[in-house]
Design a protein around this ligand. Structure first.
Ligand code: HAM
Length: 404
């Protein structure tokens, strides 16, 4: 027997209903916020992710599904959606359309060669949004509010964590003071963190090793080292969230695992799903368009992990839907096949191909959660009629087949 690869899952039955419900709900809300659908390829040039997600990140360093294709191209299955959307944005020359906002939403499979565990897959699905051309912190507030709306519509409880990562003005000075703090304790940090001091010291802040966390308790904090522009944006974001009664927590160690962020960074977490608690994450990435050869364009976005939330989703109570067609004999079944084709132009119809008695069809139609049973017995067949029962109200009617 051939099984799916480790860390990869089929989406079927109950999960597939949840999957579609999450995507439909999130897409509708994103559309109301002005986002249009974008689809980018799963396979991209490896250098796209090296340049955007960053060589020092775990994603690029350890987790990429990277290979040389038949044309000798160094390619990679996307580990996340932002890089591809930015590449598409620059390729379509939208960075040159000034004074216009461009907002995209997407969903699809992402691939990271991580150690699989509950909530952590090697192939997983994200729903994400990317907004280009708006530097105002109002956009950060709006996108955070939109994610809140999505989780509310799905019936999911969450905690919001925010931080500011500063900008080219304030980040270098902060990094320097962090390196000064970390260097004397270097030997005591885990191997990954020792390496991070040289490659990207702020990643030490969100190391999962409890000993490293203990050692950095008194490290300099990002939010106390912001320049005046980053500081006023962060203050504004907090006051907007306060006015909107959005609960949040400032997490000065929240740096995100991807290198492209600046200013606002945020994560939505759930305490109902175990250790892999991040259900969505994102932030501002004002320099990424430029890193990918576009004209400098401010941007902010997020992605949520579909597999992380599907067990939390409160689905609407399923209601009866559509028609179940059944007949008493083979001739009746063939008539129903033609009738179903016509009815399917407007309604959901399932046809039972095996001839059965009325009682058996009633039982099956009920199991299939149909709203109506349409039955063709021997008498109805002779008279050119159909017998219909509304399985919810129990109302029964007989109609001429040609009028149906
Ligand atoms: P991320 O935090 O790496 O951000 O991923 C976003 C979400 O994807 C996470 O919060 C989590 O719910 C889900 N996720 C990540 N890895 C896995 C995994 N191995 N298995 C299951 N679910 C997972 C990004 O990917 C950024 N591109 C988000 C963004 C968009 N920032 C700006 N725009």
């Amino acid at each position: 027997m051939i099984n799916a690869l480790r860390g990869m899952k089929d989406i079927t039955f109950e999960e597939s209903k949840r999957f579609i419900y999450i995507i439909e709900t999130a897409s509708k809300i994103a559309q109301n916020y002005g986002y249009g659908y974008i689809e980018t390829p799963i396979l991209e040039e490896t250098k796209l992710f090296k340049r955007s997600v960053g060589e020092s990140s775990d994603i690029v360093g350890k987790e990429m599904y990277q290979f040389i294709d038949k044309g000798e191209n160094d390619v990679c299955m996307r580990p996340e959606g932002t890089a591809g959307v930015v590449r598409a944005f620059v390729q379509a020359k939208l960075d040159r359309v000034q004074n216009q906002k461009h907002r995209f939403y997407y969903y699809g499979a992402m691939f990271r060669y991580e150690k699989p565990q509950k909530g952590r897959l090697r192939e997983f699905h994200q729903f994400g949004c990317e907004s280009f051309g708006e530097s105002s912190v109002y956009e950060d507030f709006t996108i955070i509010s939109m994610i809140g709306e999505i989780f509310k519509a799905l019936g999911i409880k969450y905690k919001l964590k925010i931080n500011s990562l500063g900008c080219v003005e304030c980040m270098p000075t902060y990094k320097e003071s962090l390196i000064n703090f970390l260097t004397p304790i270097k030997e005591e940090l885990c191997n990954d963190c020792q390496r991070r001091i040289d490659t990207n010291p702020i990643r030490v802040l969100d190391c999962k090793n409890p000993h490293c966390q203990e050692l950095i308790t008194d490290s300099p904090k990002l939010t106390f080292n912001l320049c005046s522009s980053c500081d006023s944006d962060f203050e504004k974001l907090k006051s907007l969230l306060n006015s909107a009664n959005v609960n949040y927590e400032i997490d000065t160690n929240l740096v995100r695992g991807l290198d492209y962020y600046n200013k606002t960074a945020f994560e939505f977490v759930s305490d109902e799903i175990g250790s892999q608690s991040a259900i969505a994450g994102g932030g501002r990435y004002d320099r990424l368009v430029e890193f990918l050869d576009g004209k400098s364009t401010p941007a902010v976005g997020f992605a949520l992990g579909i597999e992380r939330i599907w067990e939390l989703v409160k689905m609407p109570i399923s209601t009866r839907e559509g028609y179940y067609f059944g007949a008493m004999n083979q001739e009746g079944v063939e008539i129903l096949l033609a009738l179903a084709q016509k009815t399917r132009l407007t309604q959901k119809v399932s046809v039972e191909y095996a001839p059965k008695k009325l009682q058996a069809h009633l039982k099956n139609a009920d199991k299939a959660n149909a709203q109506y049973l349409l039955f063709l017995g021997e008498d109805e067949l002779k008279e050119g009629k159909v017998w219909i029962k509304n399985l919810e109200t129990k109302e029964e009617t007989i109609r001429l087949m040609e009028d149906f």
